[in-house]
Design a protein around this ligand. Structure first.
Ligand code: UD1
Length: 421
């Protein structure tokens, strides 16, 4: 258990560099087992989910080393196709290993990613996509045995919903298939393009990522790949919203402006002043904020669901009523109850949360119910009067690299107390 102790009230000021993208590095680490090869990844965030991926790779027989922001993976010695339950449960995105192991070994044995952090998270789209490529599944309890005895066959896969994870699994497995695969209604998130760029380096013939149609024509494997992970758009959004929440002024270095469009547009509409240069985004929130326009989450290019709790934190003291419509996950308003403990006025009607800005928030003990909710509570605590303690069972460290150090460098007063259990 980690306890974040925050004394709110300081406007954040200064300059920070955005970390590498967690949601990019995870599928890329999984994809590294697709062919026997050595991969060097740089700009990797040092976060718990990345360490969980390293453990899965080691368990499969790969050699893995970490040195600063670099991760070296040698997938040549891979000798297993099963991932133990305990490793699968450490993070939900472990399921992206399915397509990669299946592509490499012709079989894979994984368990259902458990838990219920954001509501039900089924895997039917993953299985349908891999099934279309010729994989067969057998479920025994939680374990899913997957095999492609006759090898994977390229085909047309039309996803019923543009799931990020299912698109990634299908892209990776399709590289190992005979013939051409077309994925229609594919997710278009920037992380999909990063995966495509890595797969190309690995020798794959693949195009279309970033549009809703991706074409894959197999792979001529190379022996060595060096790849730099793109910047993390959600960590970037977190920093911009931290400045907005606290009436601060910061420079965010290294972010990709286009990836942050929906978030920067909302912050501008709330009254923040933004300036964008090629390598940095400047935000100034010296004036009191006004309510955001209606924020509707959805698959890219709509507002990203991961940034919903974070922007909501910035709207808690904004004048007027802000509406947030959550269309991606069925249970992604659990932070609302925690915001209320700080004095926020929010009511939920179905998929919509209506936030009526209050003059002040007041520090209180709150619980991080998931990764982004945890980050959002830190931001709310930074903008509240008095002391907020955020109790966190390791969610925040799953996705943020040294967030406490970054926030302190901007003038935040906070510390992490660790409780051993
Ligand atoms: C990824 C991100 C996560 C982000 C999400 C949506 C990673 C590691 N995680 O998660 O941070 O919040 O995209 O942008 O990249 N669904 C099904 N059946 C399936 C798969 C998904 O019904 O087989 C549903 C989900 O329940 C959810 C929606 O599709 O309602 C979106 O999920 P998906 O895009 O798959 O998200 P993830 O890949 O899990």
């Amino acid at each position: 258990m980690e306890i974040w102790k925050i004394r709110g009230g300081n406007p954040l000021r200064g300059s920070v560099r955005v970390q590498g993208a967690k949601n990019s590095v995870l599928p890329i680490m999984a994809a590294s087992v697709l062919v026997p090869c050595r991969t060097e990844l740089t700009n990797c965030p040092d976060v718990r989910d990345v360490r969980a991926s390293m453990d899965i790779l080691r368990c499969l027989g790969c050699a893995v080393e970490q040195d600063g922001d670099a991760i070296y993976i040698d997938s040549r010695p891979l000798c297993r196709s099963a991932v133990p339950d305990a490793l699968m449960h450490r993070m939900r995105s472990s399921f992206t290993f399915l397509g990669a192991i299946l592509g490499r070994c012709g079989e894979a044995s994984l368990t259902r990613p458990g838990g219920c952090e954001l509501g039900e998270r089924p895997i039917d789209l993953h299985l349908e996509a891999l099934g279309a490529l010729g994989a067969r599944f057998e479920e025994t309890g939680e374990r899913i045995l997957c095999c492609a005895d006759a090898g994977l066959q390229g085909t047309c896969i039309r996803l019923r919903y543009p799931s990020v994870g299912a698109t990634e699994n299908a892209m990776i497995a399709a590289c190992a298939a005979k013939g051409e695969t077309v994925i229609e209604n594919a997710a278009t998130e920037p992380e999909i393009e990063d995966l495509q760029n890595y797969l190309r380096q690995l020798g794959a013939e693949i195009c279309g990522a970033g549009t809703d149609t991706i074409q894959i024509r197999g792979i001529s494997p190379v022996e060595r790949v060096a790849y730099r992970i793109m910047p993390d758009r959600i960590a970037g959004a977190t920093m911009l919203c931290a400045a907005a929440c606290t009436g601060g002024e910061i420079e965010l270095r290294g972010a990709v402006r286009e990836h942050l469009g929906p978030v920067t547009q909302a912050l501008c509409a709330m009254g923040c002043r933004m300036r964008e240069e090629s390598s940095a985004i400047f935000i100034s929130a010296k004036r009191a904020l006004r309510a955001s326009p209606v924020i509707e989450t959805g698959p890219n290019p709509a507002f990203p669901t991961d940034a919903q709790p974070i922007l909501m934190a910035a709207s808690l003291r904004a004048a007027g009523t802000s509406a947030f419509v959550e269309n991606v996950f069925s249970d992604r308003f659990r932070h609302v109850e925690q915001f209320r403990r700080l004095g926020a006025e929010i009511c939920i009607e179905g998929k919509t949360a209506l936030v009526t800005g209050v003059r002040e928030l007041y520090g209180a003990p709150v619980l991080a119910t998931d990764l982004r909710a945890g980050a959002a509570l830190l931001l709310a605590g930074l903008s509240a009067r008095g002391t907020t303690t955020v109790l966190d069972e390791g969610h925040i460290a799953r996705g943020y690299d040294a967030l406490d150090i970054q926030l302190r460098s901007l003038g935040a007063e906070l510390e992490i107390l660790r409780e051993m259990r």
